[in-house]
Design a protein around this ligand. Structure first.
Ligand SMILES: C[S@@+](CC[C@H](N)C(=O)[O-])C[C@H]1O[C@@H](n2cnc3c(N)ncnc32)[C@H](O)[C@@H]1O
Length: 265
């Protein structure tokens, strides 16, 4: 059955360059996920939307096995190219139809994914189905905290110029990111925990470049003329505020994870 989800085939060539962790952070990310999810060296974990293995490969160093599903073969090819001896396995499958029997995984991991899964509620039921009793879903994401004023100026100018030409997410809407799991009956198992990733260097010139390259998946379905209008509006806002496009500034980031128990069935 064709999926309306956003497969990341087109992002494979630039995904790690634009979304990767700063060098040396991978062991800390894996340790955070193990702590939050109570994972041990024998845990079997499924990752929904495994992508290039940004999360699964470091995690695989510390647990029994990671089984990942994704719709995008080019993303998973990147994973295979980086893989050494980590016990990470992949399947081309839709998160909304997981090709596994019930109750076979100790935990599930989902990072930056439910907003691109069209059948995200079905996918959540599938995750609950394949978890063994007591198993948790570890939901994690990169957090940028408060937006830098220049980033805010640019994104506001872009959004205002593009308007409705930027279609809504195919999966969970932006304003439900923090609440969708509890809304669907999942219960937090412990507090959210975070690991600081240090400052990411931003500049207006880089932001414009990422817009032009349609780096973010939210831009993939924006028509050419609307994208051009948005980019022109960003340039105009920078000029109006006399901001040098080549100036750079640091934006502190963290990786945040929290575990959830599925709804009682
Ligand atoms: C933003 S990327 C995140 C990748 C990885 N979790 C990470 O954090 O680096 C989202 C991934 O989900 C995949 N994806 C989208 N819809 C999917 C679906 N319905 N089932 C499985 N994977 C899906 C995309 O192809 C892409 O690789």
């Amino acid at each position: 059955m064709p999926s309306e989800s956003l497969a990341f085939d087109r992002a494979a060539d630039f995904y790690d360059e634009t979304r990767g962790f700063p060098p040396g952070q991978e062991p800390h990310i894996a340790a955070l996920l193990c702590r939050v999810g109570g994972l041990t060296p024998i845990s079997r974990v499924i990752e929904i939307g495994i992508g290039t293995g940004r999360v699964a490969l470091p995690l695989g160093e510390h647990i029994g096995a990671v089984m990942g599903v994704d719709l995008a073969r080019p993303m998973m090819r990147r994973l295979l190219a980086k893989q050494t001896d980590q016990p990470v396995y992949i399947a081309e499958a839709d998160a909304a139809w997981l090709p596994f029997p019930a109750g076979v995984f100790d935990a599930a991991v989902a990072v930056h994914v439910f907003h691109v899964i069209a059948g995200w509620q079905t996918a959540l039921r599938e995750v609950a189905r394949v978890l063994c009793p007591g198993g948790v879903l570890i939901s994690a994401n990169n957090d940028r905290g408060e937006q830098h004023p220049i980033d805010r100026l640019m994104s506001d100018a872009f959004k205002q110029a593009v308007g409705d030409a930027e279609p809504p997410n195919v999966g969970i809407p932006h304003d439900r990111y923090d609440t969708f799991l509890e809304d669907e009956g999942w219960t937090p198992a412990g507090e959210a925990q975070s690991h600081p990733l240090g400052a990411e260097i931003h500049s207006p010139a880089r932001y414009l470049e990422l817009l032009e390259q349609r780096s973010w998946s939210s831009l993939w379905r924006v028509p050419d003329d609307a994208l051009a209008r948005g980019i022109a509006a960003v340039r105009a806002a920078l000029a109006e505020h006399q901001i040098d496009p080549n100036q750079s500034y640091g934006v502190e980031r963290a990786f945040i994870a929290r575990a959830y128990l599925p709804p009682a069935s």
